[in-house]
Design a protein around this ligand. Structure first.
Ligand code: NMX
Ligand code: MLT
Length: 430
């Protein structure tokens, strides 16, 4: 057995050596070029970052350290965190050691609840979540040790400690936010006998006699953990972390990006869309009704939430994993059936419209339907669940970047005048 820190301690010298050699021998090789459209268009397709925790292939979707996400659907999120950080799944003892690291750090400081209660009525659950993380920054080991003159080689250790502290507390923080937001009362105490996801399910306080909701939470927190380095939450977290802002600042920044409707908030928008369909047709619509509804949405200039992706060009394997769960757990559920019909109709409509490069569903198209089935009905809370999971990947990426001494992110921007002058000059020369 090897604890996470010991395993990283063993791996990091080799990773540093490998990066140094690649830069020395291949540093001048061109791996990407940038067109004017990409500069104006969100840098789509520009290869300008290194991220080893996971890869997203347009035709296959997410693989964590080379393992397709579908093959990890039965794993615990704690195992996934170990895998993200080290490239290996933990053995039983290493897993149990990591779970005990989390348990030792799970107590949420009481000041968090005082701050959250003081936020104005109507604040979004993601605002509460990001604020809770930000206020815990007060306890950052990285910030304290940096001020004490910590050597650069140790940055990753302090980042790992901050990450463990943060991840250990997120289920309780997130569950407490749900209870606060829904006026269900004081946070429920954690049950130290449970794994990270099951404890979160337990602290949400929903009845779960079959244990299926806990299973859904394990799956949910595994599937959303990471999506390579260029998505908004990962890139925002990376950029903030690259200034040596500690994990609390960086993760909070990443989650603020996740809170956008084109990113993680799409999961709340999706359920709203599905409920809108049910309300409009009084149940599961016919295919023709649904086609018309989808076209109306597009004609109003709105996107169909949960469909399309910046990289993927196939059905998101995370959608497929949730779909398989839904078929087992709630195939007859009306909301699940509507999601299924949308899956049958919307790709065809988007293809016909011809704008979206990817007409297929992403993870957000289905996750809310499953939560709703199990009684988690407050859909403006859903992105918090996404955030608890995504924090695993954000933290793993931060630890590895601190280990490699990745420098501050600072690409160049150019002005429109510069683009005009340079493209015209190139045109004139041609
Ligand atoms: N419905 C309608 N139009 C769409 C959709 C969609 N689902 N997806 C893309 N388009 C449009 C897009 O708005 C753009 O239109 P315009 O030229 O008028 O600006 C055009 O198709 C080309 O966009 P793409 O290049 O295909 O997509 P892009 O890479 O820019 O954006 C998303 C990717 C995911 C932001 C986009 O597909 C979208 O807005 N989807 C709906 C929101 C969503 O599901 N987000 C969740 C992403 C996953 N996540 O977990 O974070
Ligand atoms: C994600 O999980 O981060 C989303 O699918 C968005 C993305 O990859 O751009």
């Amino acid at each position: 057995m090897q604890g996470l820190k010991e395993k990283l301690e063993q791996q990091i010298p080799g990773l540093r050596q490998q990066a140094r050699e690649i830069i020395k021998k291949q540093g001048d090789k061109v791996i990407s070029h940038v067109t004017v459209s990409q500069a104006f268009g969100g840098m789509r397709g520009v290869k300008g970052l290194v991220c080893d925790t996971s890869v997203v292939d347009a035709g296959q979707g997410l693989a964590i350290r080379g393992i397709p996400i579908g093959n990890l659907a039965c794993r615990l999120p704690e195992e996934i965190f170990y895998l993200l950080c080290t490239g290996e799944l933990p053995d039983a003892e290493s897993l149990s050691a990591l779970q005990s690291e989390f348990r030792q750090r799970a107590q949420v400081p009481p000041y968090v609840w005082r701050v959250l209660k003081a936020l104005p009525e109507g604040s979004h659950p993601m605002t509460l979540f990001s604020t809770a993380i930000l206020v815990m920054e007060r306890d950052s080991v990285f910030r304290r040790r940096y001020a004490e003159g910590m050597p650069k080689d140790d940055y990753w250790k302090a980042t790992l400690e901050d990450s463990l502290q943060l991840l250990a507390k997120l289920p309780a923080v997130a569950a407490g936010i749900h209870r606060l937001y829904t006026r269900r009362g004081a946070p429920l105490p954690s049950d130290p006998r449970l794994d990270w996801a099951a404890d979160y399910a337990h602290m949400l306080g929903l009845t779960d006699p079959s244990g299926e909701f806990a299973d859904l939470m394990r799956l949910y927190l595994t599937l959303h953990c990471d999506h390579e380095g260029g998505n908004v939450s990962a890139f925002a977290c990376h950029t903030v972390g690259s200034a040596l802002s500690d994990a609390y600042y960086a993760v909070s920044a990443g989650l603020n990006g996740l809170a956008g409707p084109l990113h993680g908030l799409a999961n709340q928008e999706c359920l709203q869309f599905v409920l809108g369909v049910r309300k409009r047709f009084g149940g599961v619509p016919t295919d023709e009704q649904l086609r018309e509804y989808a076209w109306n949405t597009l004609h109003q200039g709105r996107v169909i939430p949960g469909y399309g992706h910046a990289i993927l060009r196939v059905t998101d394997p995370r959608f497929t994993a949730f779909h398989q769960f839904g078929e087992r757990a709630c195939a007859a559920d009306e909301i699940f059936r509507i999601v299924d019909r949308i899956f049958a109709i919307v790709p065809e409509v988007l293809r016909e419209q011809g704008k979206a490069k990817d007409p297929w569903p992403n993870v957000d198209a289905i996750s809310g339907a499953l939560l709703y089935h199990f009684g988690l009905a407050e859909f403006d809370y859903y992105t918090v669940l996404f955030g608890v999971s995504r924090a695993l990947g954000l933290c793993a990426q931060l630890v590895l970047n601190r280990a490699l001494g990745t420098p501050i992110t600072r690409p160049n921007s150019v002005s429109t005048e510069w683009i005009k002058a340079n493209t015209q000059a190139a045109q004139a020369a041609a």
